[in-house]
Design a protein around this ligand. Structure first.
Ligand code: E85
Length: 230
């Protein structure tokens, strides 16, 4: 997160850190008792190793009573996700045990209606806090206004690559960055989006932040959780 601030300890108990060899790779959000929603592109950073899911954390390094690392029982990428586009960039991870009560589920938007442009939303994550790639120890957060799809699809912005299953936020100075992928965009207390890397540019107003609209995937999400055993 560029231009943000440290979240309060355990202020966002739904936040997940996807880890490989003990290193934070991507964000995620707890959407059901044993299910974490994240981004399919995060699987590209695994190099065939196993993911673990950290829940209940504030600091990545310090021991904390609520923190616990979970093995992944199932990882389901959206069938439409691919390495060439941002389309369908969603990943569902079933964690191996019921999380501690300190981890809390974040409700997600089920009505497939666009968030009105200008709505102030929040992104959170342990991604880069500087262009030089500084990694934070404690969870960062930033408030960003939603940018209309019409505007976001213009040049020099994302030039008609933003589908109706995506949404944009302004990215001037304050933005998501490497390591924030898979984390939530929260508007009025409800998860509306999942961070996708898009052009991978951070903090440049010409490349607004891009998020996968969760409401456009409710049937897939419910199906996977039902089919894999909730
Ligand atoms: N703001 C959109 C967004 C959301 C999530 C991730 C991303 N970026 C990235 N996703 N993956 C990446 N691999 C390498 N570099 C990356 N961005 C980067 C790194 C250093 C300086 C800088 O200006 C940008 C990214 C960008």
């Amino acid at each position: 997160i560029l231009g943000g601030s440290s979240a309060g300890p355990h202020q966002r108990p739904y936040m997940a850190s996807l880890q490989v060899d003990g290193q934070h790779v991507c964000g995620g959000l707890l959407i059901a008792e044993q299910w974490v929603l994240s981004a399919a592109h995060c699987m590209e950073d695994m190099k065939g190793k196993a993911f673990q899911v950290l829940l209940g954390a504030h600091s990545l390094s310090q021991p904390e009573p609520h923190k616990r690392l979970y093995a992944v029982r199932a990882a389901v990428r959206h069938p439409g996700s691919n390495t060439e586009t941002n389309d369908d960039d969603l990943l569902l991870l079933q964690v191996s045990a019921a999380p501690l009560p300190s981890a809390r589920i974040l409700p997600f938007q089920r009505q497939d209606v666009d968030v009105p442009p200008g709505t102030l939303c929040e992104a959170a994550g342990w991604g880069f806090t500087s262009h030089s790639g500084r990694k934070p120890d404690v969870l960062q957060q930033v408030e960003r206004p939603v940018k209309s799809r019409e505007e976001c699809n213009k040049r020099p912005y994302h030039d008609n690559t933003i589908t109706d299953k995506m949404l944009c936020t302004d990215s001037r100075k304050k933005d998501t960055c490497k390591g924030d992928s898979g984390g939530p965009l929260i508007c009025n207390g409800v998860a509306e989006g999942v961070v996708t890397a898009g052009a991978r540019v951070c903090g440049n107003f010409k490349k607004p932040g891009i998020y996968t609209r969760i409401a456009a995937y409710v049937d897939w999400i419910d199906g996977v959780m039902l089919w894999t055993g909730r």
